[in-house]
Design a protein around this ligand. Structure first.
Ligand SMILES: [Zn+2]
Length: 246
């Protein structure tokens, strides 16, 4: 662990478009949607790219039923924080393979949306060395970090150029949410309540997950997370990221 009082830097602000790439519906809502709300308030464009529809995420609902339900909930959840474009890839929930097919799909999206900032979720084996991460999070996080470079190289995935997706070498940062070694943070004050409402849109998932009142559960979880970062961000509740510059 790093020094627990060392101050985090404010996130870079000189960008207009972000692409957030995660494995499952709810990954961004657990991870960083208060930051997304703050960004869209400032007029920035944020697009969500999900590798799966989270169809294997609810034990009591079979995947065929869960996929469209979770897709709907994700779109509603994105709308709460000002994100209107949500794109789903057709990788299979729980068994996403880290490999060229995934990298190509993410590269294609980066070339299409031309973001300066790419967001993803913890790509490491563990959450802080104590809890094992899921294979989907590892695969998508790592492939996203890789694809940020692939997007700018015309000789990698040349078939994408044939589909009209020209190289985009404009990604300046990849910011990893949920990292236990963060470097930067975004003030969560303005976006916190919307992040609660955004997570709450994943109702079918949350109702199975907890016996608590869903809204109280979302508020408690996200407030604790934001307060947990405050000591390292001038006392302000915040969302932290580990930023990789490019
Ligand atoms: Zn997930």
């Amino acid at each position: 662990m790093t020094d627990s009082t060392e101050q985090l830097a404010p996130m870079p602000a000189d960008w207009r478009r972000a692409l957030a790439v995660v494995a499952h519906p709810d990954d961004l809502e657990y991870g960083c949607s208060a930051a997304v709300a703050a960004w869209t308030d400032e007029g920035r464009e944020v697009t969500y790219l999900l590798a799966t529809r989270g169809e294997a995420g609810i034990d009591t609902i079979d995947p065929v039923t869960a996929a469209p339900l979770r897709e709907r909930e994700q779109r509603a959840s994105a709308a709460v924080v000002g994100v209107s474009e949500v794109v789903f890839l057709d990788h299979k929930d729980g068994v996403i393979e880290e490999g060229l097919a995934l990298r190509r799909d993410i590269t294609a999206a980066i070339r299409r949306y031309r973001p300066e900032l790419v967001i993803t979720l913890n790509h490491r084996d563990t959450w802080g060395g104590t809890a094992w991460n899921t294979p989907d999070h590892r695969a998508v996080g790592r492939a996203t970090l890789d694809a940020a470079g692939d997007a700018g190289n015309r000789w990698i995935f040349p078939e994408l150029a044939e589909r009209g997706l020209q190289p985009w070498d404009g990604v300046r940062w990849v910011a990893v949410a949920g990292s236990t070694t963060p470097t930067h943070a975004v003030d969560a004050t303005a976006g916190l309540e919307r992040s609660v409402q955004s997570l709450l849109e994943h109702r079918s998932y949350i109702e199975v997950l907890t016996d608590q009142d869903p809204e109280a559960y979302c508020r408690t979880f996200l407030t604790a997370n934001a307060q947990g970062v405050a000591a390292r961000f001038g006392g302000r509740p915040a969302v932290s990221f580990e930023v990789f510059g490019r």
